[in-house]
Design a protein around this ligand. Structure first.
Ligand code: HEM
Length: 427
């Protein structure tokens, strides 16, 4: 058999075409197989998927897409398959699914931040880090009366600042700098290596116990990332929720009066509030629950990742797809809440109004094994701040200023505009 130059060229071209076709067919088969496994959803563009179509208010967009494609839907987001779970029935099931406890493998800023905090970890390292964080924080005072004392001291010094102002001013700017200053002060304190006084001591202690362990996640980079996590996750969320609560108090002054009446009937205007007082202050608690529901500051959960092939509500969730729970859809579902677009704390009261009931579908802090570890601390702070402020001040906005509840979205659901507030001492 003779091969001429043109024969060889034709052979090579055919061979090349054959390879390309094989590659494409294989790719298409794999793509179709994966897409067939995934829940239905909108198509996007090649390579980027649905990414360019995502809106700022993505929780509303996800709720709209759920109405079109079903409560569990999916779309491509760059190279990732993203599955969005809506409605309480399905989110409830997903929160208890042990294969949906992972986080994305990638770091947020590769090359800039290459270490994970425990909020970004998966599997055994996440379990170990979370356990040490929770036990240390519990042992050093989270949820103890000493913690209440330090929050009360913090509120007291902040109230003094408020009293010293004769003019209206932006509460919100002060608030932010106040919290940042407090955290900075705490950071300056000397650390006694022999006794665990705070989370950093606890972490270093664990790090030395595990120094011979190969691939231990207890290292200084993780400590730094975890410290930043606690600061970030703990301060912005609380101050943003308090800002929403202040806005609701000035928008609906009747609730301010109701809470102050409850304070007068229970602890009075002079004794400092304590965590146990919550039990006899149903309306105050109902106001806090409604503020968390109505603002839903974390409307879509932090991204989860399926660590195995799994199912939710009969829909397949392939391994390594990213999963989002749309808490907003739960908090604004008319099947669960009467007139969800109204701010109505009374919805959390029982029939004779003697108790505030928190239903399981109030999921501001998520749920299941990855539930926010700061939940009880957040309730404590929100309660102490709210009651202390209303014991001391009548809060109003500058006259003539319309109180807008419009939302803006920068990671958390924030206020679009913030009025200057007037704090008049309660006589
Ligand atoms: C109103 C206040 C807060 C809200 C609404 C909130 C909400 C949330 C939500 C929805 C998650 C995601 C959980 C999941 O993946 O299922 C989360 C995680 C987390 N939160 Fe909070 N949080 C608040 C306050 C705090 C505070 C005060 C702290 C710490 C002192 C904190 C520390 C964390 C941490 C460390 C995680 C990651 C947990 C993990 O991945 O295992 N949060 N939070």
């Amino acid at each position: 058999m003779f091969f001429t130059v043109s024969n060889v060229n034709i052979f090579l071209v055919k061979f090349f075409y054959g390879l390309v076709t094989l590659f494409l067919v294989n790719h298409v088969i794999k793509f179709v197989q994966r897409v067939r496994k995934l829940p239905p959803g909108p198509w996007g563009l090649p390579f980027v998927g649905y990414l360019p179509f995502l809106r700022h208010d993505s929780q509303n967009q996800m709720t709209e897409l759920a109405a079109k494609y079903g409560p569990v839907f999916s779309f491509k987001c760059g190279k990732f398959d993203l599955i969005v779970i809506n409605q309480w029935k399905f989110i409830k099931e997903a929160l208890t699914n042990e294969h949906l406890l992972g986080r994305p493998k990638e770091t947020i800023l590769p090359g800039v931040i290459d270490h994970h905090s425990f909020a970004e970890m998966t599997g055994e390292p996440w379990k170990q880090q979370r356990r040490i964080a929770l036990t240390t924080l519990r042992d050093v005072g989270f949820g103890k009366s000493e913690m209440e004392d330090s929050i009360r001291d913090e509120i007291k010094s902040f109230s003094e600042v408020l009293k010293s102002f004769k003019e209206t001013f932006s509460l919100f700017k002060k608030f932010e700098s106040h919290i940042i200053d407090e955290v900075d002060e705490h950071r300056k304190k000397d650390i006694d290596d022999n006794s665990i006084k705070d989370y950093i001591d606890g972490f270093l202690n664990e790090m030395s116990k595990r120094q011979n362990e190969k691939d231990s996640s207890f290292n200084l980079d993780t400590l730094q990332r975890n410290a930043a996590l606690f600061y970030g996750a703990g301060s912005d969320t609380i101050s943003n929720t308090l800002k929403w609560m202040m806005l609701y108090l000035v928008k609906y002054p009747e609730y301010q009066i109701k809470i102050r009446d409850e304070i007068k009937q229970t602890i009075g205007l002079n004794r400092q509030p304590e965590n146990v007082d919550r039990q006899q202050m149903p309306f105050t608690m109902a106001f806090i629950y409604e503020s968390l529901r109505f603002s839903s500051i974390v409307p879509l959960n932090l991204l989860r990742r399926a660590t195995e092939d799994t199912k939710v509500g009969g829909y397949s969730i392939p391994k390594d797809s990213l999963v989002v729970f749309n808490f907003w859809s739960v908090h604004h579902d008319p099947n669960l809440w009467d007139n969800p677009e109204l701010f109505k704390p009374e919805r959390f009261l029982n029939e004779d109004k003697s108790k505030a009931i928190k239903p399981p579908y109030l999921v501001a802090f998520s749920g299941g094994r990855r539930v926010c570890p700061g939940e009880s601390f957040a309730y404590l702070q929100l309660f102490l701040y709210l009651v202390s402020f209303l014991q001391q001040f009548e809060i109003s906005a500058e006259s003539g200023k319309d109180i807008s509840l419009e939302r803006a979205y920068y990671f958390l659901v924030r206020q679009k505009s913030l009025p200057n507030l007037i704090f008049k001492s309660v006589d």
